[in-house]
Design a protein around this ligand. Sequence first.
Ligand SMILES: NC(=O)C1=CN([C@@H]2O[C@H](COP(=O)(O)OP(=O)(O)OC[C@H]3O[C@@H](n4cnc5c(N)ncnc54)[C@H](O)[C@@H]3O)[C@@H](O)[C@H]2O)C=CC1
Ligand SMILES: O=C(O)CCC(=O)C(=O)O
Length: 422
Amino acid sequence: MVADKQADSHESNDILVSTQEVIKNALNKLGYPEEAYELMKEPVRMMIVRIPVRMDDGKIKIFTGYRAQHNDAVGPTKGGVRFHPNVTENEVRALSIWMSLKAGIVDLPYGGGKGGIICDPRKMSFRELEALSRGYVRAISQIVGPTKDIPAPDVFTNSQIMAWMMDEYSRIDEFNNPGFITGKPIVLGGSHGRESATAKGVTICIEEACKKRGIDIKGARVIVQGFGNAGSFLAKFMYDMGAKVIAISDAEGALYDPDGLDIDYLLDRRDSFGTVTNLFEDTISNEEMLELETDILVPAAIENQITKDNAHNIKASIIVEAANGPTTLEATKILTERDVLIVPDVLASSGGVTVSYFEWVQNNQGFYWKEEEVQEKLREVLVKAFNNVYTTSQNRQIDMRLAAYMVGVRKMTEAARFRGWI
Ligand SMILES: NC(=O)C1=CN([C@@H]2O[C@H](COP(=O)(O)OP(=O)(O)OC[C@H]3O[C@@H](n4cnc5c(N)ncnc54)[C@H](O)[C@@H]3O)[C@@H](O)[C@H]2O)C=CC1
Ligand SMILES: O=C(O)CCC(=O)C(=O)O
């Protein structure tokens, strides 16, 4: 038990440590003093909560949850809530820092926040999940709210969970408060385009990256790791654009067809947790899939999938990170030396929080936009952000991850400076 805990904290510690390393490097390159790094290296607030839930067998189970608020110099913090057995405190800390960077890159009036609960929703009933979601909101209610910290979906959470959380917060607040959370169902104040927004943002980044590398998406080979919210919509967008999606995967394994998979068929069969490969006998492993010949590779599942151990074997010429933290720093270095273009997570996956911002704006003004308006605004934001980061990387002769951190960290550091914090 103790050994497990140590192994866990070591792994997620690495994510935090590597994030801190790039933040430090970015702040140095921008010429900020040491105090800026001291402020930015950790969340300003971290809440740990214990949530009792009566399970279907009548017994009470206590769950541990977290909410990290990285930096609120620019505005309220914002970021998703993850339900996953491997959630750790340090992972949530790192994820909250990445949210601040995303908000900076796409220029939103937010800082970063992130939440997580250690649980396996795949093994819980609907009723147990509702009780856990409501219990989490009650536990963190003092530090969240539409002008403080606005949660959203992440791994293994969805619009139904957002709806329960919004309802619980509205009860506590004693009035209907849709702006407390984003990623809600449309009938409860959700925005058109939010469900597919992360994948749409990734698609826009793929289009821009392909232009830089002279790759035609039509006919290009694409591999997508993860078939949940981000991965499944992305596979569908690529498929509809005429790309050949040769492999997809989920937590159980991967499917591969060099002639291209039938994505519509797979979408019809996947379950609500993004699992589909368990229905097939002829599967390969996630590890094997990542090393297949391809033009574009999109990790859209979990952290630390591309490491120094497999980076030399990756064949893709473009990697677009839909997932948070799929590539380690060592792997980034190896791949960059091999001239692989990596579009980093903090840029590539920022479509989700961008449309979440649109949702929050619509909730605040009580006036709702058409799907086309959302899509047009999202494209404008993402194309500008991509080119800003790309140009920074070219001008400074640095990889796109460091360039993205430089772009992302600047606004909150300036805001903190004007506030007199540093
Ligand atoms: N949903 C959103 O709006 C956003 C999601 N992201 C990131 O995208 C990634 C995926 O998130 P979602 O699609 O929302 O989650 P999801 O819960 O909808 O889907 C997760 C997918 O990853 C697969 N998976 C889980 N563990 C795996 C493993 N060990 N190996 C391979 N596949 C595994 C699952 O089977 C599922 O297909 C995460 O890193 C998340 O933080 C980033 C920005 C926004
Ligand atoms: O939609 C949001 O507010 C946050 C999405 C998120 O958690 C992420 O980008 O990692």
